[in-house]
Design a protein around this ligand. Structure first.
Ligand code: SAH
Length: 257
């Protein structure tokens, strides 16, 4: 870890031991840590040195975060900006990198396990099933941050791909209505709500698209949840060619039946 540099670190989805080895080493050495307290598991901070200076960004705006990161790096400190999941997904990450570039502060990114991987693990699901879907769409319902018109949920839904909605549990009813308008998914399409994936208080609800909004509401789940939709959550699929006994690959000769 270099002094005078900012390390953006993906904290993983929640469980303390789903931080990467690299991320753990960076946290252990950091002099200054700014973490997204609304979603990052504070238990991860047990790794920090006792004298490390720790800030929760939940109450800070972008300028206030930068006013910590930039002077600390310029003073030769080792700085970690800890983001939930992976910083590249709804991380408000680019604006921080660009501000550091403008301030001539060097930075590096250490990836993390995104919550959509955590949710798949908890569900025992595979997003890309042969004969079902080979595409995963990560998106959100429009909220205070608008979603570009070209990506409205009904348009994305028309693909019938495996779909993961971030930041949308509180708008499940509107999201479902839009998704059904797409023409591929039906009220019977399998769906799941995963609340706090990989945290000790994780909750999993398996449902259908038709029941999704009602189930989220009944469970009181309005945030820190992913909504997952698609036939990848159903029972039907084909086995992969890669491990098909009769399939020849670069590494293996197929067996005749
Ligand atoms: N960068 C993060 C996402 C940040 S946006 C990542 O890679 O996962 C915040 C949204 O992510 C939440 O509203 C919720 O939809 C989702 N999220 C984050 N952690 C989660 C978890 N452990 N379980 C379920 N959803 C989670």
């Amino acid at each position: 870890m270099e002094a005078g540099k900012v390390y953006f670190v993906g904290a993983g989805p929640g469980a303390e031991d789903l931080l990467t080895l690299r991320g753990a080493a960076l946290l252990e050495e950091a002099d200054v840590v700014v973490y997204a307290g609304s979603l990052v598991n504070a238990a991860l901070l047990k790794r920090c040195k006792p004298e490390a200076e720790i800030h929760d960004s939940a109450r800070l705006d972008l300028n206030e975060v930068l006013d910590i990161l930039i002077p600390a790096a310029k003073a030769g400190k080792r700085v970690v900006r800890l983001h939930t999941g992976d910083p590249s997904v709804y991380g408000a990450h680019r604006e921080q990198m660009d501000a550091l570039k403008a301030a001539a502060v060097p930075f590096e990114v250490c990836p993390g396990v995104s919550s959509f991987f955590g949710a798949a693990a908890s569900l025992g699901a595979e997003y890309t099933l042969p004969g079902v879907s080979q595409t995963v769409i990560l998106t959100r319902a429009a909220g205070r941050t608008p979603v570009p018109e070209k990506e409205r949920l009904s348009a994305l839904a028309a693909h019938g791909a495996s779909l993961v909605l971030f930041l949308s549990a509180g708008r499940a009813a509107e999201a479902v209505e839009e998704l059904l308008r797409g023409g591929y998914y039906t009220t019977e399409t399998p769906a799941a709500i995963v609340y706090k994936a990989t945290w000790p208080d994780e909750r999993i609800l398996r449902t259908t698209l038709g029941e999704l909004a009602k189930d989220a509401e009944a469970a009181g789940i309005t945030k820190t949840a992913l909504l997952l939709i698609g036939d990848f959550l159903g029972a039907e699929y084909e086995n992969s060619k890669l491990y098909d006994p009769s399939f020849t690959t670069e590494f293996r000769e197929g067996k005749q039946a």
